[in-house]
Design a protein around this ligand. Sequence first.
Ligand code: PRX
Length: 635
Amino acid sequence: MSDYILENLEHYFKMYNKSVRSPKKFWSQIADENFTWCQKWDKVLEYDMQEAQFKWFLNAKVNITNNCLDRHLANSGDKTAIIFEPNDPKEEAQHITYNELYVRVSKMANVLKDQGIQKGDRVCIYLPMIPELAVSVLACARIGAIHSVVFAGFSATAVSSRINDSSCKMVITSDGSYRGSKAIDLKGIVDEALENSPSVEKVLVVQRTGTKVNMKEGRDIWLKPLLDAALANNVAQVMDAEDPLFILYTSGSTGKPKGMVHTTAGYMVQTAYSFKNVFNYQQNDVYWCTADIGWITGHSYILYGPLLNGATTIIFEGVPSYPDFSRFWQIIEKHKVNQFYTAPTAIRALAKESLDFIQPYSLESLKVIGSVGEPINEEAWHWYNTHVGGKRCPVVDTWWQTETGSIMISPISFVTPTKPTYASLPLPGIQPVLMDELKNEIQGNQVTGSLCIKFPWPSMARTIWGDHQRYKETYFTAFPGKYFTGDGALRDEVGYYRITGRVDDVIIVSGHNLGTAPIEDAINEHPAVAESAIVGFPHDIKGNALYGYVILKEVGEALNQGNLAKEINQLISDQIGPIAKLDKIQFVSGLPKTRSGKIMRRILRKIAEGDFSNFGDITTLLNPEIVEEIKNGKV
Ligand code: PRX
């Protein structure tokens, strides 16, 4: 048996134990046997948890795009690397082979070089989900420029602050983008951002919507003519294992976004390994992750992980609700998708709709379905398992973070038995621990605590761009000697992990620790409820009490709000205990969410407390208008 592919549960345990006993040996074998290196490492790992210093595969030389592209050409050059599915179902899908992708990336790499971009320069990529986004990312990696992809839904202020934080020299954008029935003026947003971003010298513009845009003389250049004139091959820049590959911004609970820095070799080895095993990708499979490349999920599991394994990966430009709620199911049928990876927020939104949207489509091709980004509640898990996976596909609930680079805790398809709402077991190489308030490691099973990782892993972020002190303080000081994830988790009787939500979302009511996720789960079991969010607010006697924001499936239901509130509390009482009952329930039509679908609890907490001042920057929310409605309806 190879070390790379986990065959069955016994093999998993064998490899897991090996990875804990001798992590360096474990990772070096995987790295040695499955990648093309310009030069191998002379030491596997050097680290200092106190100082938050980590180096993997020291002095190895490699280029990740040689591993994503060149090495597949001899045997799989004609295989489809990327299927591009446009926003409008009437527009034809594109199939881009590995040969074609190699040429497109090489041309783009040559264009970047011609435009003055060198190894180590930062390039901001602000593009919709079109093939040029993948090509731009890979072209940066090819020449050793550090890509900083900013999700093309962020405002000009958010773009500008990210550009400035890492002094990007170039922006790659498009005239516009299509999302559902809307066309968005991306170039206009970039123009506005650049009024406050002096480091940017050049802007390359992709034509997508044909919208008229302003082209600033000497700064803005249409990309197509440059590509047409560029040479079709490019020798990849030799990179050191620890050279930065990319920066990706993630919001912290306080302060400005953190530019997480990922480096080359460790990220390559672990994204490839986790992709292959978690999704059980087989040679001719078609894999689809619905995330945006603007998030870590898109980096690791639309682009790098799949391409490193020579997979066929779908890039979808649109949204699940356009032209109607059958869009995902249509695409699965059309491209005969084998692995489907999405977020609980999308699952809940789709589950709210009629099954008539799903039933006309054949989802028979599916073998594995995955979930990422937040705890998946029991009801959504079962709906997904039944109506999408047909109860025959393992549901891989993958827990990880922007900071971790790769999936950390997850079922391995066809290897680890799944359990609803559980991310289950750590991948080989990952050593999670639960910590108590006194900073002791909690031993044994059937316990809850703060989730930490006690040994370095190759794809971990190495620092926060320009602020190593913040990196150290955020992740390595709360529990000295360990990486603190910020999440709480429970470990069940067999050692399976369930992520209970951010530790900062834990609410202490009358001295009891309550995680928001299990209470929300209970509420969501009510047949009239679509989604809910719980926050704490100060209470004279209990210390904190619970405030629930509840979205109903149908607005008419709101007429019986009094009864509904009682029923909801009864459900909570039944499932968790009377201690978790809500003091206040507000029925709302939506919840404030980030672009990646996370509920902004900070805002909900302030409203529940009756503090309407200083909500912070709400312009980056998916639905900033909802804040006013919730404020006005406060109970
Ligand atoms: O709270 C956890 C939650 O998302 C956080 C990481 O967010 P981000 O860096 O945006 O990355 C999301 C995509 C990897 C975690 O700290 N989270 C992520 N996956 C899960 C999850 N919570 C529960 N279950 C998951 N499967």
